[in-house]
Design a protein around this ligand. Structure first.
Ligand code: URA
Ligand code: URA
Length: 197
């Protein structure tokens, strides 16, 4: 991961290199079993070089903490594109394609059991799914030995702040509880196979 980070910091494969302040590679634990992939850096991320550190990131950390997941220890967080698209526009398919090898190597290095795809850009960018996020969120998609789950993007939750049952925020908490339960199951089976061996 250190080598990848070093290489990625010098990337000039697309025009986002010209307007970025920092390349935003990732944060958290590269050995975690859980990974979250967002869309791309915003202003705070571009300024600091770390993903999800603005308001959306604070909400994400809060959601993780509420299900007992430590944002430093229990997850590795990154984005589909590593450089900020000017004005926070969505990354283009070309930018996403140029950045894909970096993301692919991150997935392989972290080798997570569970991958959260935050928002439709990540869902489409990573799995090619074009069905709406509202339909897909909360569902497990098993692929190449990993369990992927699309979830609402934290920025979307900031714009839809109601906690009422059935609303996006409530649904997202349900999704993260489901994720936590799956991670707990992995933990238990890892322990019982250690006992067996
Ligand atoms: N939104 C994202 O998709 N990623 C970030 O890193 C910050 C905000
Ligand atoms: N649209 C998105 O792109 N993401 C969400 O999380 C919700 C709506």
């Amino acid at each position: 991961m250190e080598a990848l980070t070093r290489e990625c910091l010098g990337c000039r494969r697309c025009e986002l290199a010209a307007t970025r302040t920092h390349v935003v590679v990732g944060r958290g634990n590269p050995l975690a079993r859980l990974m979250l992939i967002g869309e791309g850096p915003g202003q705070h991320e571009d300024e600091t070089g770390l993903p999800f550190v603005g308001r959306a990131g604070q909400l994400l950390d809060q959601i993780l903490a509420s299900v007992g997941l430590d944002p430093e220890q229990d997850i590795y967080i990154c984005n589909v594109v590593k450089c900020r698209p000017p004005g926070n526009r969505k990354p283009t398919p070309e930018e996403t394609a140029h950045c894909r090898p970096w993301l692919q190597r991150q997935i392989e290095l972290v080798n997570p059991a569970v991958v959260l795809l935050a928002g439709s850009t990540a869902m489409t960018g990573v799995l090619g799914i074009k069905t709406g996020i509202t339909k897909m969120r909360g569902q497990w998609i098993e692929q190449e030995g990993r369990a992927y789950m699309p979830v609402f993007h934290p920025s979307f939750l900031l714009r839809n702040a109601s906690r009422q049952k059935g609303q996006p925020k409530w649904l997202t908490w349900e999704d993260f509880k489901t994720v936590r339960a799956r991670l707990d199951t992995l933990e238990t089976s890892a322990q019982s196979s250690e006992t067996l061996h």
